[in-house]
Every structure is written in structure tokens, then in C-alpha cells.
Design a protein. Structure first.
Length: 391
């Protein structure tokens, strides 16, 4: 019997479904990339005719009933992220081979692991395959890592197995059995903490001061921290994953425009603009302000837009150059982080004096508490308390 085509397989980010001719334009950008096809046994697509020839070849192989070519569609965009293939199906031994290709835009995001997990599960569960095999160029470390994470076993080396551009080369043989897949998926890790109740049992109740210090704006005590900081770490995300990026200038380079607005100059860099791309897709961001000599850090969360307003660019000129643009941040949450992390790391060990412009932890808590909080006593007791609870 030919391989049974499963219904579309859904994962949190992708849909894995059989290939259609309409997918070829989207796949052109993937298979037309030399970096993507570097370890594949076929040439990079250069023209739409190359894509059409590949499609017709796949159709011919599928017509034998021994293969199914799938495309991995990203839900967020509706565009192909890659492809995967079941082929070489041997009905008598219930065995098939697995192939896959991932576009560069989705590298290092766990995309292929996610898509293949759905396909492998369907192969073993509904398509009645008993064993899956894969052949990989040993130099393709990323592909080997994917197989290892999926539970495949490296079974040997096939010498001079593939030929590309007239050159024969070795490939590694990997294998996965249906019994292994089921056992791995059925075996939960008892040490994985997967609920808030388990977290609460480990860490206990939140300290009252940790709640008190969180506000929805930038009060004067937090403004002082921002104005003393020459360095901030920016965290952004999109549907593909998260990213962190540093920003730095002389102290005060982040401007507190008002208690709910921050302005951050975007100066020249490597032009990857990962953070800005992310903010176009998802305006949420997180900021972590560091101040030399000060153990406490300031965490700010909110939403941001990127503007090239000429008046703002002029305000942030430095060394005769205006920034490329300015991040306009609307603050939603702000709170200071205690000094333990920086004490453990000894990050400011070479910095002898604390910046006097930055309020102490006790002063911050006193300023954010309506009444009755003794900030000076808190500061007196803090060094011993932090020392005793450092680890």
C-alpha cells in the first residue's frame, strides 16, 4: 500500500502539510540560498524553472507511493519556513527515510525540531512506520543536533555515499524506532517544574518589599537611576523568538521625557536591527539599566515605537552625528532589582565608590511607600541580610 497522506499537522507556530505547486515561489527564497543548500544533495535553485523541475521530480517520486513531500508553513505569515520529506518507504519492513530543509530566517529558533516532532509522531502513530532513518553530512552540525534532540541514534558512517557537484562525500546514518519515540514522549522528567504551584512550593511567598517596589511609571527615585546609567540592555521578541541587545552612551543618554515616557537614541551599529525588526512585529520590550558601582539595577517594561522625528534626532546628536532614530517607550511597569546578582558576580569589584546620585534601596522603598517605612534602618540592615542570603 502507498504511504497514507496525513491531514495537516499543526504545531504552536507551524502547519506541516503536503506540498502544493503554489508553494514554489515561497520556497524559491529558501532553496535559492547557497547557505541553505550547502549540505544538500542537489544544487541551489537559480530560476523558477529549477523550482518547477524539483516539484515535478517530487511528484514523480510521490506517484510511486513511497514518498510524501511536505511543506512547513509559518502560521504568523502564511509563508513557507522549510520542507520535510518522508521517502524510501519499505512497506514490508515498515521503514522510511526522513529529509528536511529549513530557511535561514528560521535557523536557531527550534523551528525544525517543532515541525519534525509533529511529522515523526504522525509517521509512527497513524502512518504505521516502525523505523525512521536519516542521512546527514557530518559537517552539518545543526542538522545532527536536531536529530539528537529528537531521539535519533547515530548508527554509523556511510563512506562516499552522496555526490554533489561531482564530489563524493561521507554521511552519517541516524535511526529512530517507534518504540523509542513512544517511550521518550511518555517519560516525563520528574525534575521539570511546569506549574506556578510547583514554583511557589520551591521559592515560597513573594517578599512584601518586592511587591511594593513595582510601579506603573517612573517616580523620581527611578528617574535618578536612569539618569545615572550609561548602559541598558534591551529585550524584544517576535513570533520566531526573543533577542537581547546592549545600548550605551554617557550617563543620562536615556531621557525621561515624563513619568511614563522614555526616549532612547538608536545609534549606528552593525545594521542587523534585530531589536527594531522585533518591535515592528511586537511592540513589547524590557529594559535593564546598570549603573557602575551600584548593585541595584532597574527593570522597566512597556511598549515602544521607532521614530525618525527630526526634532528628536537633533536632541540626541553626539560627536556631531545624529542617531538613526529614537525609541519612544511608553512605560507600563518599573521596579528595581536587588543587588545580589551583582554582588555574586563581583561585577563592580574594581569600582570603589557608589554613585551618590543614585538613591539607596531603602530610600527607594521609602519613597514608594505611603508611610511608616524606615529606609535608613533598611539600608543599615541590608548588607548583613544580603550577605546571609547571597546563596
Amino acid at each position: 500500500m502507498p504511504l497514507a497522506v496525513p491531514p495537516p499537522l499543526e504545531t504552536p507556530r507551524f502547519v506541516v502539510r503536503p506540498l502544493a505547486e503554489a508553494d514554489l515561489p515561497g520556497l524559491m527564497a529558501i532553496n535559492g540560498d547557497d547557505a541553505v543548500t550547502r549540505y544538500l544533495p542537489y544544487a541551489t535553485w537559480r530560476t523558477p524553472d529549477d523550482a518547477k523541475a524539483w516539484f515535478e521530480r517530487m511528484q514523480g517520486i510521490q506517484a510511486t507511493g513511497t514518498a510524501i513531500q511536505f511543506v512547513v508553513i509559518e502560521k504568523a505569515t502564511g509563508k513557507p519556513a522549510g520542507t520535510c520529506l518522508l521517502f524510501g518507504h519499505d512497506e514490508g519492513s515498515a521503514r522510511a527515510e526522513l529529509g528536511y530543509v529549513l530557511g535561514r530566517a528560521h535557523w536557531r529558533t527550534g523551528a525544525m525540531h517543532e515541525a519534525l516532532s509533529a511529522l515523526i509522531d504522525a509517521a509512527f502513530r497513524t502512518m504505521k512506520i516502525r523505523r525512521l532513518e536519516a542521512e546527514v553530512d557530518p559537517l552539518n552540525a545543526a542538522s545532527c543536533r536536531v536529530l539528537a534532540r529528537l531521539g535519533f541514534t547515530k548508527e554509523g558512517l556511510l563512506r562516499r555515499r552522496w555526490v554533489t557537484n561531482g564530489v563524493a562525500y561521507d554521511v552519517e546514518a541516524w535511526g529512530l524506532l517507534a518504540d523509542e519515540w513512544r517511550a521518550n514522549r511518555a517519560r516525563p522528567d520528574a525534575h521539570v517544574v511546569d506549574s506556578e504551584a510547583k514554583l511557589a512550593a520551591i521559592f515560597g511567598d513573594v517578599n512584601e518589599n518586592s511587591i511594593r517596589k513595582e510601579v506603573d511609571h517612573i517616580p523620581p527615585v527611578y528617574r535618578a537611576m536612569i539618569e545615572a546609567s550609561p548602559f541598558v540592555i534591551l529585550a524584544t521578541s517576535n513570533a520566531k523568538g526573543i533577542d537581547i541587545s546592549p545600548r550605551g552612551d554617557p550617563s543620562g543618554f536615556v531621557v525621561v521625557e515624563d513619568e511614563r515616557t522614555l526616549l532612547i537614541p538608536e545609534r549606528r551599529g552593525n545594521n542587523r536591527v534585530d531589536s527594531l525588526r522585533n518591535l515592528i512585529a511586537d511592540s513589547r520590550l524590557g529594559l535593564l539599566f546598570l549603573i557602575p558601582g551600584v548593585g541595584e539595577t532597574l527593570r522597566v517594561a512597556g511598549r515602544a515605537s521607532f521614530t525618525t522625528d527630526p526634532a528628536l534626532l537633533q536632541r540626541f546628536r553626539m560627536g556631531g552625528r545624529a542617531p538613526k532614530g529614537v525609541l519612544h517607550v511608553k512605560v507600563e511597569r518599573a521596579y528595581f532589582q536587588c543587588a545580589r546578582a551583582l554582588q555574586r558576580s563581583k561585577l563592580w569589584e574594581a569600582v570603589v565608590e557608589r554613585n551618590p546620585a543614585v538613591p539607596s534601596a531603602g530610600a527607594i522603598l521609602a519613597a514608594l511607600t505611603e508611610s511608616g517605612f524606615d529606609g535608613e534602618q533598611y539600608d543599615r540592615e541590608l548588607p548583613a541580610r544580603q550577605r546571609d542570603t547571597l546563596y
